[in-house]
Design a protein around this ligand. Structure first.
Ligand code: NDP
Length: 327
């Protein structure tokens, strides 16, 4: 028997309860993993609270990422005892996920734990940190370099944003953070942010072309803020857009693209191919300083997930939340 958070639906509302399950309850897959840690991401918040239509079939064990140890494997890629990471692939959405002490998944979905990381560190990074790394890679592939100019990170105090601030600062960028929470300035300064802009300022409607300010930008919020970011990009600048914490809409014009050579790069972590995934995890393992794991993360038990899910949807979470499945 093992413990899991199980979502069900009653009268159109999502319920979340801790249940005891058996290994035989788990869905089909080649690899059985004993999970040590999962994490809380914005999408988990939407799923657990039922705010977004993330989950369409119930009962469902949510949790879009996890790290742990292989217990059984029908795949040649993994042996019992191997340490592994999973993010994305619809796990915790269509396939039972990480808010449980065990999961059974496809071997192709798993990444071998890179040297320098363990399950705890991997889930402090989690889907949010992995996505932040993919955003940094997207900017650099578009030609953005530390000497190109200042880079902007929106939703900076959240999971993706805080790791993006840290990664960019570690690579030598001058990072400007957009946050709606002035009380997060000390946290973000500690991660490497050099300047701040309020969420309110960045939410002001933008003209098609504004004064050029940014060589690169990581946007996790979408909506009017992303529209302003695009209008403020330098000639040849690039924006990595990965989120919709403000809105999934984007009301902009083609002017920055056709007159300033700006590029808008979409970033998806869910179906990211294995080779790129592995590279991103190796960069995370190599680049994040030891202090990051203390500065960015807070740890909660499985029982605390429903409340934390409400908090992340309401924008009350700072940094990353680690879910400890050992108890
Ligand atoms: P968090 O809730 O941890 O961070 C989001 C941050 O956005 C908040 O901390 C807040 O930052 C800011 N924010 C929240 N609400 C609003 C609002 N209404 N208007 C403007 N800013 C707002 O979430 P994550 O970091 O886990 O995820 C961020 C986004 O990225 C989500 O939309 C998520 O779905 C998406 N995402 C996408 C992935 C992909 O594969 N494309 C993978 C992972 C995440 P502050 O307090 O600093 O203002």
């Amino acid at each position: 028997m093992f413990k899991a958070l199980v979502l069900n639906q009653a009268d159109g509302n999502t319920t979340a309860d801790i249940r005891q399950l058996e290994t035989s309850d788990l869905p089909a897959g080649e690899v059985l993993v004993n999970i040590a840690y999962s994490s809380l991401n914005y999408k988990d918040g939407l799923a657990v609270t039922g705010t977004g239509k993330i989950i369409r079939s119930f009962p469902m064990v949510p949790g879009i990422d996890f790290a742990g140890t292989v217990a059984e494997s029908a795949s040649e890629r993994f042996q019992p005892g191997d340490h592994v990471i999973l993010t994305g692939w619809g796990v915790g959405e269509q396939h039972w996920g990480g808010y449980a002490q065990q999961a059974r998944v496809k071997a192709d979905w798993l990444v071998a734990m890179p040297a320098g990381l363990d399950a705890r560190k991997a889930m402090i990074i989690g889907t949010a940190g992995f996505t932040a790394m993919l955003c940094v890679m997207a900017l650099e592939e578009a030609g953005v370099k530390p000497e190109s100019g200042k880079v902007l990170v929106t939703g900076a105090a959240g999971g993706v944003g805080s790791v993006a601030v840290l990664l960019l600062a570690q690579r030598g960028y001058h990072v400007v953070a957009v946050t709606g929470r002035p009380e997060s300035h000390a946290f973000l300064t500690n991660l490497g942010a050099k300047e701040f802009i309020s969420r309110e300022t960045m939410s002001q409607p933008a003209r098609p072309l504004e004064t050029q300010r940014w060589a690169g930008a990581v946007d996790v919020v979408g909506g009017d803020i992303l529209a302003r970011v695009i209008a403020e990009m330098n000639y040849g600048g690039a924006v990595a857009a990965c989120g919709l914490a403000n809105s999934f809409k984007l009301n902009t014009t083609v002017m920055p693209f056709i007159l300033r050579n700006v590029s808008l790069r979409g970033v998806d972590s869910v179906s990211c191919p294995l080779e790129r995934r592995t590279r991103a995890w190796e960069c995370l393992a190599a680049e994040l300083p030891e202090s990051a794991y203390h500065d960015i993360g807070q740890t909660i038990a499985l029982e605390a997930v429903p409340q934390a899910a409400q908090d992340i949807v309401a924008g009350r979470i700072q940094g990353r939340v680690l879910v400890d499945l050992s108890q």
